[in-house]
Design a protein around this ligand. Structure first.
Ligand SMILES: NC(=O)c1ccc[n+]([C@@H]2O[C@H](COP(=O)([O-])OP(=O)(O)OC[C@H]3O[C@@H](n4cnc5c(N)ncnc54)[C@H](OP(=O)(O)O)[C@@H]3O)[C@@H](O)[C@H]2O)c1
Length: 247
């Protein structure tokens, strides 16, 4: 059965691999993001890659309630949503000086990683298929290892996942998160792929290599499957074993 899948941040990196994974199965996929040219290019390329017109896009800043409501309204008008992948996010600032900068950094991290997921989910909840709907959030190994405002924001996603899983479980909807480790082939790491950055992160994994967007997409695909209906309120770690903290 063809599903309708929504992937925030689907124009780049992990989200793009997730969009491709679903479309390759014949699902209709709507990708969301702020940059129009990125969305147009990704949509065209993904449709060529999967050999069909399965991918469409909506431009929206998902930290903005009105933008999000408009995008969700347009998506909902075309029918039920089977799978919602709240993938949009990212690190905002690695260093902050003044107290005002600290405040800006923490608020930006929360808006980018938590608010984007909460607003889009709230806006699409009425359209979510019941029973059978799937909500998946993109967390990070940073939520358990720590990484300033970014790690704290991702950890906040976990509490939200637990709450949502509890409230939607009886309606046959599952809510989970995937928590990737080091995935360098993304805009997240653009301009920061020096040996000093890459080597310790690879060394901290048990498999001694970075992960790929496609490996994260496989985890998302599993949680979105009909076979995963008994898995809810969980955080699936996809980090090459790095969270065990052994070199
Ligand atoms: N790469 C890693 O090693 C890694 C590890 C753990 C977790 N993650 C998580 O994986 C997810 C995907 O990141 P990525 O690594 O694939 O990096 P990425 O290529 O930078 O993807 C982030 C995507 O989110 C979109 N986005 C950001 N803010 C948005 C907003 N306010 N509204 C709408 N869309 C927004 C971006 O598009 P626009 O800028 O055009 O809006 C972009 O397409 C993120 O949640 C990230 O935190 C990544």
């Amino acid at each position: 059965m063809t599903r309708r899948v929504v992937v925030s941040g689907g124009g780049t990196g992990i989200g793009r691999a997730v969009a491709r994974r679903f479309a390759a199965e014949g699902d209709e996929v709507v990708i969301l993001g702020r940059r129009l040219e990125i969305l147009e290019e990704a949509t065209a390329e993904l449709n060529v890659e999967v050999g069909g017109d399965l991918v469409t896009f909506r431009q929206a800043d998902l930290t903005d309630p009105d933008n999000t409501a408009d995008a969700a309204g347009a998506i909902s008008a075309s029918g039920a949503v089977d799978v919602l992948v709240n993938n949009a996010g990212g690190a905002t600032s690695w260093e902050a000086g003044s107290l005002a900068e600290v405040a800006d950094d923490w608020l930006a991290a929360f808006r980018t990683n938590v608010l984007t997921a909460v607003l889009l989910t709230e806006a699409l909840l009425p359209a979510l298929r019941r029973p059978g709907g799937r909500i998946i959030a993109m967390s990070s190994v940073a939520a358990v290892r720590g990484a300033g405002s970014y790690g704290a924001a991702k950890a906040a996603l976990h509490a939200w996942v637990y709450t949502l899983a509890a409230s939607l479980g009886a309606e046959g909807v599952t809510v989970n998160a995937v928590a990737p480790g080091f995935i360098p082939d993304t805009e997240f790491w653009k301009g920061r792929r020096s040996p000093e950055v890459v080597e310790p992160r690879v060394a901290s994994t048990l498999v001694k290599r970075p992960g790929t967007p496609e490996e994260v997409a496989e985890a998302v695909a599993y949680l979105a499957s009909a076979q995963a209906g008994f898995t809810t309120g969980q955080i699936l770690q996809v980090n090459g074993g790095s969270v065990l903290g052994r070199g």
